[in-house]
Design a protein. Structure first.
Lengths: 581, 109
């Protein structure tokens, strides 16, 4: 049994559990699966042998590797599995076959994708993450969620198709489908791969599906989705395009632009969606740098991000469950009735802002230091700018507008115990991995799991210089917040929607499609009439010529035509013989 | 007898979670705003002043400026927030701009 488990990709266990859950009407059984199976998978993973193919399949002439573990995939897979367990706890209060099942299959697909060793297996699980997660959006049941789910599915499936196309192109050229480091431009297929990964990582201009779908997903759905899709893309980028210079700029732009949208956005879950963009930007930038320190930073920051971002989404989910909204204009003062949720949200906010003793302080700093060491001055300034921006939207805006600020007068019940438990564990992880490393605890655990532990332990986040400079940045940025509020120049939260580049297809593209439809409604019947008239005339003419009673069949011409046709065929035959000779 | 600060806008005694008094009772004090403002100001000055006493091993010229991180954090944050005004004017639209909301939600507005 243990030998069998050692050769099974842990993601497949979750997918199987999800399929079983889809046919299980008993809530408690599904919940036991949702929590128990990820825990089992964690055990399986921790005992897996590193750096060897643990399963191999040859199919259709392709050598596929469905299970392979190394240090890079292990830390991502571990984070995914812990997140899946926490999501199972977070969802305990509800009874939904669809959501339980979709969440497990989705998490399983993401885990499985991390542990495969070839592009074709990656494609299968890549698409499965898209198809399973769309139900988490649909489950919200609103009209806007339905529309967003369709857009999400189209974009995600497109990403998969591009991945398949790129992988097929690579296979044709090199005969090798193994998941490996590639150089952008070494083959046309690499560009398709880059765009496929870029869609899932939500690169600038390819990012709108994220802000469109996540805020409209169900309460549990948004929490689940925040963990997997974008981080899976970061993992694959780190695997395939390490040290690709273009990623440095893409990542830096990703960290900066969402900051401006987040400050004026009213929907706090949409603010968090922009925050995902921003944090993934740091990781993409780190992949572009490609040094050992940068890759350690990418892996560690992805691990930390999965928990602090999940925690923030969990706190907003609890707010929606109790108040029915995540709009800043309708919230405020909830600390009075949801103090524990407030506390956990503050811990998530401090973690993402990278305060000392919280997770991002020991993870994001590795990426920023790597950028600094490599001498990318402008990029470094952009990342620092984005760090101040993170404090604005995720560090202050989210907790301030939801739990403090203007009192909305809403007096609700505290979140259910299971939600508080999931948030409490997430918060403990956020603090636990951010503390100074003492006796293998604190950040020591995280640093021991990164791809290059030796390099990681040579990096010391708790130097006086780092603590002082980081506190300067954060304290004075926070001071700017209170000062601007006092001067009453902080932009008011207003109900409404903030346009992003999805306007191009949701408004312009949609309007063009509607216009084309309207034009076709008028032109179509006219064209139909014209073509039917033309066909009628043509038929009459053809009949007049070629029917048994037609012009050509009359008199001796038929015999003449047959002879001439024979002569022409002979001429063609002779010419082709001559050409051959 | 002191007035319970945890009242709602209509002045009625509100249903406040017991843990809220312990964890965040201080928030509703009148002086909290002042304390936070001056506390951050003093902390900011202290951390900037600490630049003079620590050896930071700067990697480039910009980083070696006295109080660089503090000033950069302050101005970056202010810039982001103040850009909210023109961007809000440019990009803000009605909630049902894309006409994809449920009919009852439109009625709420």
């Amino acid at each position: 049994m243990s030998a069998f488990l050692a050769s099974v990709n842990p993601g497949l266990l979750l997918i199987l559990a999800g399929v079983v859950a889809a046919f299980t009407p008993f809530q408690r059984v599904r919940q036991a699966l949702a929590i128990g199976v990820p825990l089992l998978a964690i055990v399986v993973l921790l005992f897996a042998d590193l750096d060897q193919d643990l399963a191999q399949v040859s199919m259709l002439g392709l050598d596929m590797v469905p299970y392979r573990v190394d240090a890079l995939s292990r830390i991502f897979g571990l984070a995914f599995l812990i997140a899946a367990t926490l999501n199972g706890i977070y969802a305990l209060h509800q009874d939904s076959i669809l959501e339980d099942s979709a969440a497990m299959i989705y998490a399983g697909a993401a885990v499985a994708a991390v542990f495969v060793g070839d592009f074709m297996s990656l494609f299968l699980f890549w698409e499965l993450t898209a198809i399973s997660s769309v139900f988490l959006i649909l489950r919200a049941g609103t009209r806007e969620a339905h529309a967003a789910a369709i857009r999400y599915l189209v974009v995600q499936v497109l990403s998969g198709v591009l991945l398949l196309f790129g992988a097929a192109q690579l296979f044709v050229v090199t005969g090798d489908v193994s998941l490996r480091a590639l150089e952008l431009g070494e083959d046309a297929g690499t560009w398709f791969l880059m765009v496929a990964f870029g869609i899932k990582a939500a690169f600038p201009l390819l990012h709108n599906w994220l802000q469109d779908a996540y805020p409209k997903a169900s309460i549990v759905g948004a929490v689940v989705m925040s963990a997997f899709t974008t981080k899976l893309a970061v993992y694959v980028l780190a695997r395939v395009f390490t040290g690709e210079p273009i990623l440095i700029w893409i990542g830096a732009i990703m960290t900066v632009f969402p900051v401006f949208f987040a400050v004026i956005e009213n929907d706090l879950r949409k603010v968090l969606s922009y925050s995902i963009n921003n944090q993934v930007g740091f990781m993409v930038c780190g992949v572009g740098i490609g040094s050992s320190l940068a890759l350690n930073g990418v892996a560690a920051h992805a691990f930390a991000d999965i928990f602090f971002k999940g925690l923030l989404f969990m706190s907003m989910g609890a707010v929606i469950l109790r108040t029915g909204t995540a709009k800043a204009t309708e919230l405020g003062g909830l600390y009075r009735s949801m103090p524990w949720t407030t506390l956990f949200c503050l811990i998530g906010a401090a973690s993402i802002s990278a305060f000392p003793f919280f997770s991002a302080f020991v993870t994001k700093s590795m990426i920023i230091s790597a950028v600094l060491y490599e001498g990318h001055l402008i990029i470094w300034l952009m990342l620092l700018f984005a760090s101040a921006g993170v404090l604005e939207h995720s560090g202050i805006k989210i907790p301030y507008y939801a739990f403090f600020g203007h009192d909305s007068g809403k007096r609700v019940k505290e979140a259910p115990f299971n939600m508080l438990l999931a948030m409490g564990i997430s918060a403990s992880i956020c603090i636990g991995i951010g503390l100074p490393a003492v006796a293998g605890l604190g950040y020591g655990f995280l640093y021991s799991m990164v791809p290059y532990p030796d390099v990681a332990f040579g990096y010391h986040p708790y130097t006086t210089g780092h603590v002082v400079t980081q506190m300067q940045l954060l304290i004075l940025a926070a001071f700017a917040f209170v000062l601007l509020n006092r001067l009453k120049v902080y932009p008011h939260e207003r109900r409404g929607l903030i346009l992003d580049t999805d306007w191009l297809y949701r408004r312009i593209g949609y309007d063009i499609a509607i216009w084309c439809g309207a034009i076709w409604a008028k032109v179509g019947p006219a064209l139909g009439r014209i073509s039917s008239r033309l066909w009628t005339k043509a038929f009459v003419w053809i009949e007049a010529c070629f029917s048994p009673q037609g012009l050509i069949s009359r008199g001796s011409l038929t015999g003449g035509m047959a002879i001439w046709a024979g002569v022409l065929l002979c001429a063609v035959l002779v010419m082709s013989f001559l050409a051959e000779a | 007898m002191s007035v319970d600060p945890h009242t709602n806008e209509t002045g009625e005694r509100s249903d406040v979670h017991p843990a809220a008094r312990i964890l965040f009772g201080w928030v509703s004090s009148d002086r909290t705003g002042q304390v936070i403002f001056w506390g951050l100001a003093i902390l900011g000055v202290l951390f900037v002043a600490a630049d003079a006493f620590i050896d930071r091993h700067p990697e480039n010229d910009i980083e070696s400026y006295f109080g660089f991180y503090g000033a950069y954090g302050f101005f970056a944050f202010s810039f982001v927030v103040l850009m909210g005004w023109p961007l809000g004017r440019l990009l803000h639209r009605d909630e049902n701009y894309y006409d994809d909301q449920d009919p009852e939600m439109e009625d709420d507005q």
